[in-house]
Design a protein around this ligand. Structure first.
Ligand code: IVH
Length: 695
């Protein structure tokens, strides 16, 4: 059998064999989608493969088999049961962007022969499992899965387990409500806790968890889920027979009115989701609502994978009609997946400021929600064991909005042979000392003092606070005596404390002088001294120049942080989070009179300069006017002139400043630069280029 990845398929299916292989993968993946979730394809890869199959089918209509999954509800893989649906439970056609929505609008207009007069509704597409819930005389009597659209499975055993789908309505109403059952984020966390307590695998994601939970009859535990109705149909009404008495769903009611009646009867609808149900007059307005829902997606209590746009007027819905798989009067505008599958390549352990030893997953790069993810949070060792993660596992990774990505679960079926469980550290990865394992979050047995001496020494270094004379020995003495618990404590040390640490009153006086001078270092150095992960000297300078004051840095959210050159969507929330975690240290620094501003007008420092927009790499020992300048001073010079310092020569490099070597042989960086056609300057030529640029 030809094995085809989704990405390969996207570049086009050229032969019938490739098409058949793609069909096979689609069938397998959609079976997993409705089953236990061990699919080799995530939603994005699945959608790509499906589009490639559709493209081939459009080009070769005569060769499409009758049972192609693309022509069936749920791609033909949902387990069909034996309960006949009142009317077919259809799926939705997908579009992926604003143009797709406009094209859908044009097709509706063609079908109606006019612009829709009744407007549209816009509502969230809840990422769960579709069910039909039958109420007779106000009592919930049956819950049925979608199945193949015409027959579903009876899952009435879940009655009483679903929020928003009450067993009893206030009025004796007879109706079938249709909607989506899903785990809210909170219910999902609880469900996984309950499952691990029972020795069961955590769910790969909320949707798979929902599908499995709906169908599981014999679990020793019950998991709560939530329902959102998105439609309703008459129940027990003979076709073409006028019902006696007033119908629950009055003829001519709009979609929004139907959902309002359902809500009034006590069943939760999509309108109750914070994303809301909106009635709009045209598709431009619909697109604005879609954008707003997408922007607020991370804050929603439940996962959504799109936004559904429908004709509001039910008469117009009828006129537009339905196909075998989906209605023509509604469309799903898919949002980028917030969950993808990738390979867990490694786990690294970092010791935080408080001594917590935290694992981070190193992942094969994967695009999630518009950014490339290479690292994700793993909570703690116990969690790694509970999730039974192995190195080399294919894992589901979840990321929404600015939230730092997290590893959700391993796709066990795809585990490579011989894979070993993620090893846990036996000693503190920073100091090599013992680990306190009393709690789920492991800590270095030395707690804060594990990281502290190294941080204080780093902070007092020449490039940061520049406290001359405060070397490793005195720092160790200050930390051991408890006089220094963070960098801010340096500024409130008494002469007595300094004398005790340095062993001499004279040395103490000198140190006190240095500390006083350190109060007026520029913000870039003070910020760097905080030791925020991923913000070394160059990055701290960029942050300080961009924001100008510590207040502005503290006010920045992840979006604002991304405006700093070199800070991408992966790094921004981490920096913001760490700055927030350092609030008390920063407050203490302010109280101690430490400077919190960057000299000069940040807007001037940001723009202009002969190196504006250029990435400059430096190699070799500087000579001529730059004689004696170290790497960090060179970097500062580059940034002052508007450029950005790089460390290796690559396609982004604009200039290489290369001092000729004593042997006369070009350095490896110079060779690379020549290969890539990067401009190479001598230190003298570079000095001339930046000469006169204000310091
Ligand atoms: S309307 C005939 N509205 O998405 C109308 N569906 O991928 C069909 N879904 O099968 C459904 N939220 O299970 C509709 N607000 C919403 C929805 C929604 C989730 C599900 C539904 C459908 C699937 C299609």
């Amino acid at each position: 059998m030809t094995i085809l990845s989704a990405d390969e398929a996207l570049s086009g299916l050229s032969t019938r064999t490739e098409y058949e292989a793609a069909l096979q993968r689609l069938r397998e993946a959609s079976r997993a989608y409705y089953g236990e979730g061990d699919s080799a394809l995530d939603d994005t890869a699945y959608d790509r493969l499906r589009l490639a199959v559709l493209a081939w089918e459009a080009a070769n209509p005569a060769e499409v088999p009758a049972d192609s999954p693309t022509g069936l509800v749920g791609d033909g893989a949902a387990p069909a049961g034996d309960v006949a649906h009142t009317t077919r439970l259809l799926s939705l056609d997908n579009v992926f962007d604003a143009e797709g929505l406009v094209a859908w609008g044009a097709s509706v207009q063609r079908r109606l022969g006019a612009v829709p007069a009744g407007g549209f509704t816009v509502e969230p597409k809840i990422d769960g499992a579709a069910v039909a819930a039958r109420y007779r005389d106000g009592r919930l009597v049956q819950v049925i899965t979608r199945g193949d659209g015409s027959h579903g499975e009876d899952v009435s055993h879940v009655i009483g387990q679903i929020d928003g789908l009450p067993e009893q309505l206030a009025e004796p109403v007879t109706v079938e409500v249709r909607g989506e059952v899903a785990f809210t984020q909170e219910q999902f966390e609880t469900a996984n806790e309950v499952r691990t307590a029972h020795g069961a695998q955590v769910f790969a994601n909320p949707r798979n968890g929902t599908a499995g939970t709906l169908r599981a009859k014999d679990r020793p535990y019950r998991l709560r889920m939530t329902f959102w109705a998105y439609g309703a149909v008459e129940l027990d009404v003979e076709p073409d027979v006028e019902p006696d008495g007033e119908s629950f769903l009055p003829a001519g009611a709009t979609h929004a009115q139907v959902l309002a009646a359902v809500a009034a009867a006590g069943v939760q609808t999509t309108a109750a989701c914070p994303a809301g149900l909106h009635v709009v007059t045209d598709l431009a307005e619909a697109q604005q609502r879609i954008d707003a829902i997408a922007a607020g997606r991370a804050e929603l209590p439940v996962g959504i994978d799109g936004v559904v746009v429908k004709l509001n007027d039910t008469a117009e819905q009828e006129a537009a009609g339905s196909g075998t798989r989906f209605p023509y009067w509604a469309v799903a505008v898919k949002l980028p997946a917030v969950e993808r599958q990738t390979v867990l390549e490694d786990v690294v352990w970092e010791v935080g400021r408080t001594g917590v030893i935290a694992p981070t997953a190193v992942l094969a790069p994967v695009e999630i929600d518009g950014s490339t993810v290479t690292r994700a949070t793993l909570h703690n060792p116990a969690d790694i064991r509970r999730r039974d993660l192995h190195l080399g596992d294919t894992v589901t990774v979840y990321k929404a909005g600015d939230i730092i990505p997290r590893v959700q679960a391993a796709v066990v079926r795809l585990r490579p042979a011989g894979a070993t469980p993620v090893p846990l550290p036996e000693a503190c990865p920073r100091c090599g000392g013992g680990i306190d394992k009393a709690q789920e979050r492991w800590r270095c047995a030395q707690g804060t003092s594990c990281a502290l001496p190294a941080l204080i020494e780093y902070a007092s270094g020449r490039e940061m606070l520049d406290i001359d004379g405060l070397g490793r020995t005195y720092v160790a003495a200050l930390v051991d005596s408890g006089a220094v618990g963070d960098i801010a404590d340096l500024f409130t040390l008494t002469v007595d404390q300094l004398t005790a640490a340095s062993g001499s009153a004279k040395r103490a006086a000198k140190l006190a002088e240095q500390i006083t001078a350190a109060r007026s270092r520029p913000l870039s150095r003070v910020f760097c001294a905080l030791g925020v992960l991923g913000t070394g000297r160059s990055m701290s300078r960029r942050i300080a120049r961009h924001f100008g004051t510590m207040d502005a840095i503290r006010e920045a959210d992840a979006a604002a942080m991304q405006d700093v050159e070199g800070i991408g969507p992966e790094k921004a929330p981490v920096v913001v989070e760490q700055v927030a975690a350092l609030a008390s240290v920063i407050d203490k620094l302010i109280a101690a009179g430490v400077n919190m501003a960057e000299p000069g007008d940040p807007s001037v420092a940001r723009g202009g300069g002969p190196l504006e927009g250029k990435v400059v790499v430096v190699t070799g020992k500087m000579a001529g006017p730059l004689d004696g300048l170290g790497r960090s001073e060179m970097n500062a010079l580059i940034e002052k002139a508007g450029g950005r310092a790089g460390s290796s020569v690559n396609s982004k490099t604009s200039i290489l400043v290369a001092a000729p070597s004593a042997s006369g042989k070009p350095s490896s960086k110079a060779v690379k630069a020549a290969e890539l056609g990067v401009e190479v300057l001598t230190p003298e030529a570079f000095a001339e280029l930046v000469a006169g640029w204000p310091a």
